[in-house]
Structure formats: C-alpha cells, structure tokens
Design a protein around this ligand. Structure first.
Ligand code: URA
Length: 211
C-alpha cells in the first residue's frame, strides 16, 4: 500500500515478469502469456479481503470444518480492448465471475471518453466489481468507466492495472477516492501523446500483435 488507496504490488515474481513485458524484444506470444500470469499473481492481492465462511466437508479420513469463499460475487469489467488481456488470468482464479464489458473511445475534438459498448450483468449492485485496464495513463477512461458503473448502482468497485502514471493516479483518486487502485508499478510520467514513460508501449498492440 502506498497510501491514498493505492496498492503497489511489488512481489518479486510480478516485478520480474513486468520487466520482461517492458522489453521491446518480448514477442506477442510471450507478452500475452505474461499478462495472464501477472493478472493471476496480482489477483491474489486484489481479492485478499474477500470474505470466507466456515463449511463442513468430509476428507477421505474424517469430517472437518474449513473455509470457503462467502458473500459477494464478482464481476470483472475489462475496458476494451486491452483490459481483456487480464481476463483469462483472473477467471482462472474466480471461474464463476461474471464479465461485463465497457468500450470507450476518446473523441478527437473534445478528448472526452465516449462510450461505444456496454454490457453488464443485471445484479451489478450485489457484486464486487473489478475494473481492469493494463495502463492507467491520463486516467480518463478509467474515471469514465467507474462513473458509468456507479450510475448502474455498483458500490463495491476496485481498479486494477499493470502500470500507472502519477498523473493518472492523481486524476483517478480525485474523481473516485473510494475506489482502490491496484498496480504493479508507478512510472515516471506521461509523454505528450498520453503514453506512460518508461512504460511498455501500447498494451493493446502488444497483447494482440496489431503493430
Ligand atoms: N495506453 C497504452 O497502451 N500505453 C500507454 O503507455 C498509455 C496508454
């Protein structure tokens, strides 16, 4: 935790894999596998405060009381398109999670995020909603996505990314101080095109091989 509701996941395995992802020589296939692995490792922290309940089971030898997940169900919300890179890793951890999608593009004139796609499960208010996008750059998309989810009465929301820019964290926390941010690194700054420095490039292009 770095204070201000930001959780920096600095586990050595996450840092090692992230360094490989940053390297421009890393192939699309390697990058994609690493996103999935890092999503799983980060998920371990993102879901740390999930409630458990005591249940009784039969081992092959005797009855025992043990713990299983209780309470709130989960909805994962990738911001299209790069956010979908996190899905497989997180669904490995919580196979029963629902998945809502939100698509936003930046209007070239106003620079305001415009929604072009939204599909959410109906029972959003009863779920822990984890919004995922690998890069928290300006923060505009993440802020707009969380605003939209709050309009749909989601109350328990977390935001998870791989890399964050200080500018993005500040803007996001200003807009949504109640929503914790989980990130594997906070980089130096944004460049004039809104890319994170030193960063890893365009996350969508690196996951999908579109450049
Ligand atoms: N989106 C990306 O994919 N990369 C950045 O550096 C910033 C936003």
């Amino acid at each position: 935790m770095t204070g201000n509701n930001v959780h920096l996941i600095d586990h050595p395995l996450v840092q090692h894999k992230l360094s490989i992802m940053r390297d421009k020589k890393t192939t699309v296939q390697e990058f994609r596998n690493l996103v999935e692995e890092v999503a799983m490792l980060m998920g371990y922290e993102v879901f740390r405060d999930m409630q458990t309940e005591e249940v009784e089971i039969d081992t092959p030898l005797e009855k025992m009381k043990t713990k299983m997940l209780a309470g709130k169900k989960v909805c994962l919300v990738p911001i299209l398109r790069a956010g979908t890179g996190f899905l497989d890793g997180l669904l490995n951890l919580i196979p029963s999670a629902r998945v809502g999608h939100i698509g936003l593009y930046r209007d070239p004139d106003t620079l305001v995020p415009v929604e072009y796609y939204l599909k959410m499960p109906e029972d959003l208010p009863n779920r822990l909603v984890v919004v995922v996008d690998p890069m928290l750059a300006t923060g505009n998309s993440a802020i707009a996505a969380v605003e939209r989810l709050k309009d749909l009465d989601a109350t328990d929301i977390k935001f998870m990314c791989l890399l964050a820019a200080p500018e993005g964290i500040a803007a996001f926390q200003d807009a949504h101080p109640d929503v914790p941010v989980y990130t594997a690194a906070i980089d130096r700054e944004l460049n004039d095109h809104g890319y994170i420095l030193p960063g890893l490039g365009d996350a969508g292009d690196r996951i999908f091989g579109t450049k």
